[in-house]
Design a protein around this ligand. Structure first.
Ligand code: MG
Length: 290
């Protein structure tokens, strides 16, 4: 059996899009843990939001925040200091994003340029964030502690949305779309952040010739496309209405038969089951990375 690394989106993927529960993915999470397969969280969420979630998940592995803007590596993960990182609390942090204050300025400029009000997270009250996202007050407050990525709402015809996206790109920034929001951000995406971690795992020497390292990626929305393009086994889960994001289509895409964490559970169990059947005498791989 190959050595797997699993990279997963949170909202709408590992976490239910409405209740933010991961209960339905628990059987697959248990199996991943028993096989020592690292699960790397790759989210549009902030570090402040992901930390309490990691406690609930008993999560030890690195995580990626704000759509690839920063990679958080717990100090004990690797026996070296990742390149370009700086120490922050109990992590090595690799920052790839553009400072939030600059994004806020550009959002105002674009608003003027297109003549339409754009409501970013920075314009919303806690109550408005709670109403829009369904988050609890505490989680909403944590989601507002943004450093590198501004989620914003647009109501308007496709032509207006196209123009806003064009205005973003002409200013040297980027946009993407998650489950609920458009996102204004710098030169970062989930795929680039995943590649950095992948290089770290390879350097750590999970596998001496690296030929057996296989990556699984799971997402539900357009902001997961760069992640899905980076992995060997890209998995797309269903949206709450049972549909698949129409903007994601890759030749080797696995469409999980289920919404969010239910699809997540099914697809992961399926891959691990098939891998164990293909190597009947395979031993569980010994990896020293938590
Ligand atoms: Mg998502």
């Amino acid at each position: 059996m190959p050595q797997y690394l699993l990279f997963t989106d949170l909202d709408g993927s590992l976490l239910d899009g409405n209740t933010y529960s991961f209960d339905e993915a628990q059987p697959a999470l248990d199996l991943l843990r028993s096989q020592n397969i690292p699960v790397i969280l790759v989210s549009g969420k902030t570090c402040a939001e992901i930390e309490p979630l990691r406690e609930r998940l008993e999560h030890q592995a690195p995580f990626i925040v704000e759509n690839g803007a920063a990679v958080y590596v717990p100090l004990e993960t690797f026996d070296f200091t990742p390149e370009r990182s700086r120490r922050r609390a109990s992590y090595h942090v690799i920052e790839l994003g553009t400072p939030y204050a600059l994004l806020r300025d550009v959002l105002r400029q674009i608003e003027d340029a297109v003549g339409t009000r754009l409501r970013g997270f920075g314009d919303l009250s806690v109550d408005e964030v709670m109403a829009t996202t369904g988050l609890s007050r505490e989680d909403a407050l944590r989601s507002m502690l943004r450093e590198f990525d501004e989620p914003f709402l647009v109501n308007g015809p496709p032509k207006l949305i196209e123009e806003i996206c064009r205005q973003i790109v002409t200013r040297g920034l980027n946009w993407t779309r998650g489950g609920r929001f458009f996102h204004l951000m710098g030169n970062n995406d989930k795929g680039r952040a995943v590649e950095i971690l992948l290089r770290c795992y390879k350097r750590q020497g999970l596998d001496p010739d690296l030929s057996d390292l296989e990556t699984i990626g799971i997402g539900d929305s357009l902001n997961d496309l760069p992640l899905l393009l980076t992995v060997d086994h890209p998995i797309l889960v269903q949206k709450p209405d049972g549909s698949y994001d129409p903007d994601i289509d890759l030749p080797n895409l696995i469409r999980a038969p289920g919404v969010g964490p239910a699809g997540w559970n099914h697809a992961v169990l399926d891959i691990l089951q098939r891998a164990s059947e293909e190597t009947p005498h395979g031993q569980p791989l010994d990896i020293r990375i938590s």
